[in-house]
Design a binder for this molecule. Sequence first.
Ligand SMILES: Nc1ncnc2c1ncn2[C@@H]1O[C@H](COP(=O)(O)OP(=O)(O)OP(=O)(O)O)[C@@H](O)[C@H]1O
Ligand SMILES: [Mg+2]
Length: 326
Amino acid sequence: MAEPLLTVEELSLSYRVEAGLVRVLDGVNLAIAAGEIVGLVGESGCGKSTLGRAILGALPRGGIELHGGAIRFGGRDLMAMAEQEAAQTIRGRAITLIPQDPFTSFNPLFTIGGQIADLARFKCPELTKPQRLARTLELLDAVQLPQPRQILAKYPHEVSGGQRQRLMIAMALLPNPKLIVADEPTTALDVTIQAQILGLLRRLANERGCAVLFTTHDLGAAYEICDSIAVMYAGQNAEAAPVKDFFERPRHPYTTALLASLLDGSGRLQGIPGEVPSLITPPQGCRFNPRCGRALDTCRAHRPAFAGPVGGHRLACHNPSEAGHG
Ligand SMILES: Nc1ncnc2c1ncn2[C@@H]1O[C@H](COP(=O)(O)OP(=O)(O)OP(=O)(O)O)[C@@H](O)[C@H]1O
Ligand SMILES: [Mg+2]
């Protein structure tokens, strides 16, 4: 595999709440190569958005306890980089966001064109005003918005949800990023529009060589557009593999349970008995052990390392399924 564009290494952090520490990322690892779409999946509350925010440098300012780890991007540790330098070069520049909800992302009082122009002035300071307009029009064309000039003259309520999400993608592309964090970018949209937007993301990643961290609950969508999949469970890595190996040879019992829920037709991460554990008092050993049909004594006592890759898979499990169909 190509040298990673981004690596997250043993990242551990907690939210401070009244009841204690919510141990939301516990030694998490992730690798994204240039131009790669990585699907980040796992049940609600497993820490996907927190990991995305940490990569974007957009964690809440207070109430966070950082226990350790690194986020390396272009050879630099973003966690250790000075705030100002990160803001000028990385955050919102080399790494940008496509938000989940395009409906709340525009100010209703100003035209779309005015808001994009403000953003472009800030994100592309090296361009002149006519260059910024040309770039905006080029990007609206790239996200397949017809009649871009007319769209720029409109107010946010005058365009559809799908069009707004296309605008969000165009805005994320403005500074020519190397990585886009797309946190459930289509959940607020109709199913048919979702498929179009995901197809668009795949095409843009191919054409522009831009990597995407695609956070989703939807394994079916991940299968369609991702190059590789990373599964998190309760703030820890479970399994990561190239997409074909992932779906053909799942090893972690949690992954096989997720895929079973996909195959039962729900297409979503449902139907696994038990509940995601409290992250304030997580289970000892492997955090999945109370729900796992393959748990051994060692799983209750010792946390499995996230080892590999072996046969393309990285895996945190003491007793994985055979490397056949799960
Ligand atoms: N600001 C916060 N303060 C305290 N706890 C938080 C905060 N943000 C998130 N959490 C908790 O951290 C855990 C992980 O949240 P996160 O939003 O990262 O999960 P997620 O995998 O993105 O979930 P979802 O699929 O529902 O979006 C949850 O238990 C959540 O309640
Ligand atoms: Mg989330």
